[in-house]
Write a protein that binds this ligand. Structure first.
Ligand SMILES: Cc1cc2nc3c(=O)[nH]c(=O)nc-3n(C[C@H](O)[C@H](O)[C@H](O)COP(=O)(O)O)c2cc1C
Length: 319
């Protein structure tokens, strides 16, 4: 069965499946595995210590795959400037750049004159319209089910996607709450031309930096075991519930501001959980799709299952 959408054509990939930027987790092994399986893998620029380490990571991806891949920029979330990192991505002829968490215009300006595809991850219809106006090639649109940073409006993927499809003419990629072939088909039915998955890719063999405790929580946990933190400081984000997120919510409910929260929501607290497996002394991002995750396959196995299930659905529809 042929999987052809404007997204597969534009990105030159076999299946319309994109691996989300995953701060501190999306490195060469995962990116290359996703691209080799026929999707678009990504490495996350701002998790790397400096531009030269981004260059090394890009070159590692190239040793592992000859397929297209992307570099993700979470603007402003790491308190660092991205221009030098982006220069490296341009010098290394990375075919796709994705961005989120701020105004994409400076990135677009820097990419002007290149043929790098520009994908913007947004969480609201008006943001999608703005991204199109500024020159995005496609928008990825994340609903409130998603893992990590979210929109402020609490709109779920099923309501958000068709609205964005109706309001922009560039291709829309659905994100948030997708973890299997059914989710892929549902997204396409809503008018999306591709999907982005974050949480599902963490529970794969090639997400080598995620601790086994983190992966185990994703496998064991159900859909009720995530919570949105950091809402009080205007940066809502979905994490796995634990005593650490209870403490964060307690501080937030008492009106504690950034100063009181900062040690609890720091990169160090995140890394204690996701790298060291200390599930009580830190936090980890995950979406509600955690409830659908029951195993830790290789990326190829995940693609095989998803595509088989999706094709079965297509077959049934065609009967
Ligand atoms: C652990 C984690 C880290 C994330 N870091 C980033 C990031 O650095 N950049 C980005 O664009 N999106 C990031 N996201 C969001 C994902 O790209 C994607 O939009 C989201 O995971 C989709 O929802 P899902 O988890 O239900 O698949 C992150 C998500 C998770 C779970």
């Amino acid at each position: 069965m042929k999987w052809s959408t404007r997204v597969t054509e534009m990105l030159n990939i076999k299946y319309p499946i994109i691996q989300g930027g995953l701060a501190h987790l999306a490195y060469s092994e995962l990116a290359a595995a996703v691209s080799n399986a026929g999707g678009l893998g990504q490495i996350t620029a701002m998790s790397l210590p400096n531009p030269e380490s981004l260059r090394e990571e890009i070159q590692k991806v190239r040793k592992l795959t000859d397929k297209p891949f992307g570099v993700n920029f979470a603007i402003g979330q790491h308190g660092r400037t991205f221009a030098d990192f982006l220069d490296v991505a341009i010098e290394e002829s990375v075919p796709v750049v994705t961005m989120t968490g701020g105004n994409p215009k400076p990135i677009f300006d820097q990419l002007e004159g290149t043929d790098v595809k520009k994908l913007v991850l947004v969480a609201a219809r008006r943001q999608a319209e703005k991204a199109e106006e500024l020159g995005a090639d496609a928008v990825m649109v994340v609903g409130q089910e998603g893992g990590g940073h979210l929109g402020r409006d609490d709109i779920g993927t099923f309501v958000l996607i068709p609205q964005v499809v109706d309001s922009v003419s560039i291709p829309v990629i659905a994100s948030g709450g997708i973890g299997d072939g059914r989710g892929l088909m549902a997204a396409l039915s809503l008018g999306a031309e591709g999907i982005e998955m974050g949480t599902r890719f963490i529970a794969t063999k090639e997400c080598v930096h995620a601790s086994k405790e983190y992966k185990e929580r994703l496998i064991q946990g159900n859909e009720n075991e995530t919570v949105v933190i950091k809402r009080s400081i205007g940066a809502p984000a979905r994490a796995i519930i634990n005593s650490w997120t209870d403490k964060i919510l307690e501080i937030e409910s008492k009106g504690g501001g950034y100063e009181e929260l900062k040690d609890y929501i720091s990169g160090t607290a995140n890394q204690r959980y996701i790298y060291d497996g200390n599930v009580d002394e830190g936090f980890a991002w995950a979406g509600q799709v955690m409830g659908l995750i029951k195993d830790c396959p290789t990326v190829q196995e995940l693609f095989d299952t998803m595509i088989r299930d999706a094709e079965n659905i297509r077959g049934k529809w065609a009967e």
